[in-house]
Design a protein around this ligand. Sequence first.
Ligand SMILES: Cc1ncc(COP(=O)(O)O)c(C=O)c1O
Length: 385
Amino acid sequence: MSEHPIHIKSKLPLVGTTIFTIMSALAVEHDAINLSQGYPDFSCKDALQDLVYKHIKAGHNQYAPMAGLPLLRRLLAEKVMKLYNFPLHPEHEVTITAGGTQAIYTAINAFVHRGDEVIIFEPAYDCYIPAILMAGGSPISVPLQYPDYSIDWNHVKKLITAKTKMIVINTPHNPSGKILGREDMKALEKITENTDIIVLSDEVYEHIVFDEASHESVWKHEKLAKRSLAVYSFGKSYHVTGWKMGYCMAPEYLMKEFRKVHQFLVFSVNTPFQHAIAEYLQQSDDYLELNQFYQEKRDFFLSAIKQSRFEILPSKGTYFQLLSYKKISEELDTDFAVRMTIEHKVASVPLSVFYKSKEDNKVLRFCFAKGKDTLEKAAEILSKI
Ligand SMILES: Cc1ncc(COP(=O)(O)O)c(C=O)c1O
């Protein structure tokens, strides 16, 4: 006899508590430095906080228009024009969402039908597969090639079938810190040419790219731009992950379908925060300083662990750094990450959790969106392991 009064059939039977929650709980329990969860431990700019307060007090507290505040959408379209030289119509091609996650879920569920295949690259950010499954689709995983996490486009090409509805790309890439180059985008453009495949481009780290490299947005590639939806997160660009604010951009014919789902998933998102971000965008383009800001953090962390036995895998973007521990231990990455948290008091995320196959290359992910003291203390410990 079940302990519950009714029998339910889970729509996501294999989904449990995420590793981020598990590692963070373990970090708290063992008083460990938490470099597992991907968010800053520092605050956003005072001016932005003040604007939120200002707009709440000004009475901007009722539903916003379904697609988002027109002013905010206009400013975002202008930003894409400035950065990527691509014209998007603010009225028909930009929608404000409750973070990148909602935009991804909405985009997948607006287009993927039962039986459709969606190509994703693994290791993959954890919300793609559940969103595909909820739409009744099948995730088709392509492994990024260890150790540089590059894409074998010939392999991708071989996996394309009549059922392929969508390809999800993510650059800069969580968890690897890899960025796609111009050649990758050209390969994607070629593979999708003369097909009905939609590209979903997760660009939430667009402003965190290092070493003078430039972000390859789909908007820089005219043919791709015509078949793509791109998602963004204010959480990443303004150190406010808890606000859960983001947006989606797409050509009108795709955005029309996106909004049909968006309308009934959330209808519209947080009004005073939309006003605040719109006003802030008019005052400041400090998102342009993020590359430098996070590159300094990455370099500080890397120089502090120079003497350690961990092997550094290149981080070209995002606020994540991968370290290989293969010279230290042969343990499973999940076991090693747990033991490191309990015994050495530094929490990280084992990379195998980002693979359906649980591929284990003895690699851990560390988040360096943390204050200098925290990074210094963590590095000191890592150097002794
Ligand atoms: C690659 C990637 N996409 C999307 C998201 C979700 O963004 P948001 O917090 O705005 O929902 C994250 C957050 O960590 C991410 O790393």
